[in-house]
Design a binder for this molecule. Structure first.
Ligand SMILES: [Mn+2]
Length: 326
């Protein structure tokens, strides 16, 4: 139903402002670039506008020069609708949504179970592995030919959001779509190397300061780490997403059901970003919801006010209770 409404929305509009969430990653960028091409093939215009810069490791994606960065006084963008991709709520776009002063209609395409249905049209599919999978469906339904650049963009989103095809969202449909995308001669080992095998030596060394903070509880089912501000003193700019690397380490620990990372906000005092990963038995979307965040059943996050020690105590108590119920 919503796919039909999405198509109707696309047909009824001509100038699309495409955006995604802060802390861009493969699914956000892949969806944006593929959606941009789809609109172009329909003979309409669009602009991609994001709050954040292109993250390290993704600079090989095709046509990144199309992607613009949000500025407060930006005025030269002409649009008649806003398209939010891979965003569970409008504030995930950072400040980009504030550009929509005229309240133009919003198309919300997303796969987060916590999606707030903030759009004029909401196409939300928590069972989809990623937003790129949904954009692929849009191409099929509209009978638009995928070109190599769109196929590569979609492939990168699927690759990263499925944890290279091993998270529980990796369905038969994902592999089927991927096999279609690979017909466009995508060099998968080269893509993998660019996205994952590209870590600056100095960044990897920072892990040596974070890994010793690892602790566990509830018979090893709960494992957590923390990153305090001082870790970044020695290095002005970090290229890799350390959170992702650490959580991936944590997931590999025997018996771990839930991994949690607590990270002090670099620019604000009394704010902690908490990221959750689950092997599937614990619904970490519900835990994140409790603290004002959201995401998916097996991967979620929340930004929590308070000192790190206090936030840690409150969050861990909630997870312990959840683990004790299984
Ligand atoms: Mn996603």
């Amino acid at each position: 139903m919503s796919l039909e409404k999405t198509i109707e929305f696309i047909k009824n509009h001509n100038k699309f402002l495409i955006t995604s969430h802060t802390n861009l990653e493969g699914d956000a960028l892949g969806s944006e670039l593929a959606f941009y091409r789809l609109i172009k093939k329909l003979g309409k215009t669009s602009v991609i506008l994001n709050e954040d810069d292109i993250p390290y490791g993704y600079d090989f994606l095709p046509s990144l020069d199309l992607v613009r960065k949000f500025k407060r006084n930006i005025k030269d963008i002409n649009f008649d609708c806003l398209v939010a991709l891979d965003c569970s709520d409008l504030k995930r776009t950072g400040e980009v949504y504030t550009i929509n002063k005229n309240n133009f209609p919003i198309l919300n395409i997303d796969h987060h179970i916590s999606n707030a249905n903030f759009g004029t049209v909401n196409w939300v599919r928590p069972e989809a592995s990623c937003c790129c999978e949904m954009i692929y469906k849009l191409y099929k339904k509209l009978k638009i030919n995928l070109d190599k650049d769109s196929a590569l963009s979609l492939y990168v989103g699927i690759l990263t959001d499925t944890g290279s095809f091993h998270y529980t969202n990796t369905s038969a449909a994902v592999h089927k779509i991927t096999s279609e995308l690979l017909k466009h001669n995508i060099n998968i080992s080269e893509v993998y190397r660019k996205v994952y095998g590209n870590i600056p030596f100095a960044d990897l060394k920072l892990l040596a300061q974070i890994l010793p903070t690892m602790k566990r509880a509830v018979k090893g089912k709960l494992i957590w780490f923390e990153i305090k501000k001082d870790v970044f003193k020695s290095r002005k700019r970090i290229f890799i997403d350390l959170s992702e690397s650490i959580l991936n380490f944590a997931r590999t620990v025997k018996d771990a059901e839930v991994a949690v990372l607590f990270k002090e906000n670099l620019s604000l005092t009394n704010e902690v970003r908490v990221n959750f990963r689950s092997q599937g038995k614990i619904d970490v979307n519900r835990v994140a919801n409790f603290f004002g965040g959201g995401g998916h059943k097996t991967a979620s996050g929340a930004t929590v006010k308070g000192k790190i020690d206090d936030v840690r105590r409150r969050v861990l108590a909630k997870i312990r209770a959840a683990i004790n119920k299984i």
